[in-house]
Design a protein around this ligand. Structure first.
Ligand code: CA
Length: 233
């Protein structure tokens, strides 16, 4: 059973959301502050976070950013004002979806369900069944160990953000094939994600900086102009 963390300082809304999620069969943790949210994410590793933006002290933007440093768990943002929506949609913070207040519980449930299902499909796609010894993808000096969740370049371990890992594994599982930005968004971020091709471009850029050996000139992720990206074999 999935565990959902709700972060909302308004008691009535927090209770209403908790009540409805519990009724739908989810385990629910409810907290009032950003600090408590970060602690709960670390300690209890929920499967999804419902996160309000306007919180006392650390706001939802900052909470989202901090979660994203270590985790790619789905984050559904609750937002009230137009200027917040602009920042959420601007993708600065790495949320997966957002709902504008006031929203119906039915809408919330639908989004939660969709995010969890998408996550499940992605996990299956990324793990490709049981990890074993053969689950190592190699391309030149680059080695991706799917079982150990480890990437090395010329024997040196590379630290990837969770989303960079997801993106790399997705591309590397389709070597030589051109994947369009839309296909990447659908598979790595989920089809309801509100981002666009810039999101993919930014992450590809980040990956290249981490994976490429200076002076080597080899590109592991090639840009196919006007089409998308390809993992070079
Ligand atoms: Ca609030």
């Amino acid at each position: 059973m999935a565990t959902i963390l709700i972060v909302e300082d308004e008691a009535v809304l927090r209770e209403t959301v908790s009540y409805n999620l519990k009724n739908a069969g989810y385990q629910v943790d409810a907290v009032e502050t950003g600090e408590a949210a970060l602690k709960a994410v670390k300690e209890r590793q929920p499967d999804l976070v419902v996160l309000d933006i306007m919180l006392p002290s650390i706001d939802g933007f900052e909470v989202c950013r901090q979660i994203r440093r270590t985790s790619s768990i789905p984050i559904l943002i609750l937002t009230a004002r137009d200027d917040e929506i602009d920042r959420v949609v601007g993708l600065e913070i790495g949320a997966d979806d957002y709902l504008t207040k006031p929203f119906s519980m039915r809408e919330l449930m639908a989004r939660v369900k969709a995010l969890l299902r998408r996550r499940e499909i992605l996990q299956e796609e990324l793990s490709g069944g049981q990890p074993g010894k053969s689950d190592v993808i190699q391309a030149g000096e680059l080695e991706i160990d799917l079982g150990a969740h480890r990437v090395t370049v010329a024997g040196q371990e590379v630290n990837l953000k969770p989303r960079e890992w997801d993106l790399l594994v997705f591309l590397a599982r389709h070597p030589g094939l051109v994947c369009t930005s839309d296909q990447i968004l659908q598979n790595v971020w989920g089809e309801d994600f509100f981002g666009d091709s810039r999101t993919v471009a930014v992450h590809v850029h980040g990956l290249r900086e981490k994976l490429e050996i200076p002076g080597d000139g080899r590109r592991h992720i090639e840009t196919v102009r006007g089409v998308g990206y390809r993992f070079a074999v």
